[in-house]
Design a protein around this ligand. Structure first.
Ligand SMILES: [Zn+2]
Length: 283
């Protein structure tokens, strides 16, 4: 499932490839996930130009040069592909199975297309009045973004301390506290900070809070730089998988040796999600 770095990768590339382009057509083979409905969506987007691409948590928001914005959630397997008349038959688009589940297509006036491939079909697109984007319940419910410069050490400690009797592993995934730390990056951040996911928050020292926040930001920034982690279906707009997988220390490395100390990496289930850790490097 795409997390903050993967969504940021998409948003950055949308900024480079489609911002400034005029939409002349929109097609959908899965209108159930086009809101408020196909007719209204088409009427709102056709003839409009995209003027910006932004990320709110894991939501993608593309503002148009009219009163509307397009809000997109990739959910489990959704991803955008950008094709030109020259590249559309490239093997990356035609032979990579993951890039072949095209359910929605925007066509631009220069004949390039932005296509949404989504094997599981949970991803959605919505046309929303510009001013209403920040009032969407899903966006309102988000805590501070993990990469926001406003997220300071003090704020981080205060936010987590509100859950002080809980263990840290599941709390890092609470998007209403801090938005953007998903399953992959919480395991990686806890490893870098040397903290076991089963540690109670009240047992985390001030120095460790500082280390943990630094680890969270470091791992997310590095993943953004490498265009995310492909753990199955994620592809960027060029159809390419993310390159962060090689940099992973613990995520999905059960029974493999720790890259720092050689101890065998372990996996545990916490609140229905797998968490990965090194029993030696983390305490
Ligand atoms: Zn280790």
């Amino acid at each position: 499932m795409p997390e903050l770095p993967e969504v940021q990768t998409v948003v950055t590339q949308l900024g480079q490839k489609v911002v400034g382009k005029k939409i002349v057509d929109f097609w959908s083979g899965w209108p159930k996930k086009v809101m408020p409905g196909m007719r209204e969506f088409r009427e709102g987007v056709c003839g409009a130009s995209i003027i910006s691409a932004k990320r709110y948590g894991k939501h993608i928001v593309m503002e148009l040069d009219n009163d509307f914005a397009i809000v997109v959630h990739l959910k489990m397997t959704g991803h955008f592909l950008y094709k030109t008349p020259k590249t559309k038959n490239d093997p990356i688009f035609t032979e990579d199975r993951v890039n072949g589940y095209i359910h929605h297509i925007f066509t631009f006036s220069d004949k390039t297309t932005l296509e949404f491939s989504d094997m599981r079909k949970f991803g959605w697109l919505a046309l929303i009045k510009k001013g209403a984007v920040e009032e969407l319940p899903a966006i309102q419910a988000l805590g501070i973004d993990a990469l926001s410069p406003r997220l300071t050490e003090d704020m981080f400690r205060t936010l987590l301390s509100a859950r002080k009797t809980k263990v840290v592993g599941p709390v890092l995934l609470e998007q209403n506290l801090i938005a953007g730390i998903g399953n992959i990056y919480r395991s990686e951040a806890l490893f870098l900070a040397g903290i076991l996911p089963t540690r109670k928050i009240l047992k985390i020292t001030q120095v460790e809070f500082k280390e943990l926040l630094r680890a969270v930001k470091k791992v997310l920034r590095e993943a953004v730089r490498l265009q995310g982690t492909t753990d199955g279906d994620f592809r960027d707009l060029d159809g390419q998988p993310g390159r962060f997988k090689k940099a992973l220390y613990v995520y999905r490395r059960t029974d493999e040796p720790c890259k720092k100390c050689g101890t065998i990496i372990k996996r545990a289930k916490m609140a229905q999600r797998s968490v990965f850790f090194c029993p030696t490097c983390q305490r």
